[in-house]
Design a protein around this ligand. Structure first.
Ligand code: GCO
Length: 257
């Protein structure tokens, strides 16, 4: 087979990206749409979601928006059924929705712990479970779980997030193990440090900014657009025999002591 760019073409594919009203999720949705996909954006706030959909449509991209809470099974079930009725069967799922809560571990309350685990680990389970049923029936699908550098290492004050992202790495492997027989490839993307709203407090801190630039072999923060290529690869036919892998997009941090 001649390797050509056609392998990366997402034309005719429907891609749901959770948590895509802003941040990395919005960038990923835009990138998948630019690769030809019909993208379905998701967020909890209807107004911000509508604005994100409008921005993509103004750019000539095929985008839809569905506001639902990815942590609530009933909302997920109803939303996935509605999306598949209105936008079409979901070919690609990007489990991106996530939150960050920072505090010393000994001060983390159980409510915060549960909120982070619910959003960053249980929600990917719930959404993937509902989307996979259709993929199994059609014997084709792509699931991309947005893991993290923290799927592999920790740092002080983000224990719930680190535990959830470590769990998401292993859930990715568990999904890959059970669903590969249905021609569903499940992989993860693990971003390093990127300048997103979630990290504003970090990159605006001169000391932390200097630490990241010193700790990262690329000596800089990542640009959200640098996640698009790996996402298109994992969403396309170019990765048809890749499953259970996490692609770290981290400027080399994990390779370095
Ligand atoms: C933090 C950050 C990190 C990264 C993210 C990258 O507080 O250290 O939020 O968690 O941004 O994990 O994958």
């Amino acid at each position: 087979m001649i390797v050509g760019t056609g392998q990366f073409d997402l034309t005719g594919r429907v891609a749901l990206v959770t948590g895509s009203s802003q941040g990395l999720g919005f960038t990923l949705a835009r990138g998948l749409a630019e690769a030809g996909a019909t993208v379905v954006l998701n967020g909890r706030g209807a107004e911000r979601l509508a604005g994100a959909v409008e921005r993509l449509r103004d750019a000539g991209l095929d985008a839809h928006g569905y506001a639902f809470d990815v942590t609530r099974r009933e909302d997920v079930a109803a939303a996935i059924a509605r999306i598949e009725r209105e936008a079409g069967p979901i070919d690609v799922l990007v489990n991106n929705a996530g939150i960050q809560r920072r505090a010393p571990l000994e001060q983390v309350g159980e409510a915060v712990w549960r909120e982070v685990l619910d959003t960053n680990l249980t929600a990917p389970f719930l959404v993937a479970q509902h989307v996979a049923r259709g993929m199994i029936a059609r014997r084709a699908g792509k699931i991309i779980n947005i893991c993290s550098l923290m799927s592999e290492v920790g740092r002080p004050t983000i224990a719930p997030y680190t535990a959830a992202k470590g769990g998401l790495k292993m859930l990715t492997k568990a999904m890959a193990t059970e669903w590969a027989r249905h021609n569903i490839q499940v992989n993860g993307i693990g971003p390093g440090y990127f300048k997103t709203e979630m990290n504003r407090a970090l990159f605006e801190d001169e000391q932390f900014d200097a630490w990241i630039k010193g700790r990262t072999p690329a000596q800089r923060w990542g640009a959200p657009e640098e996640l698009i290529g790996p996402a298109v690869f994992l969403a396309s036919d170019a990765s048809s025999f890749v499953s259970g892998q996490i692609i770290y997009v981290d400027g080399g941090i994990l390779a370095t002591l």
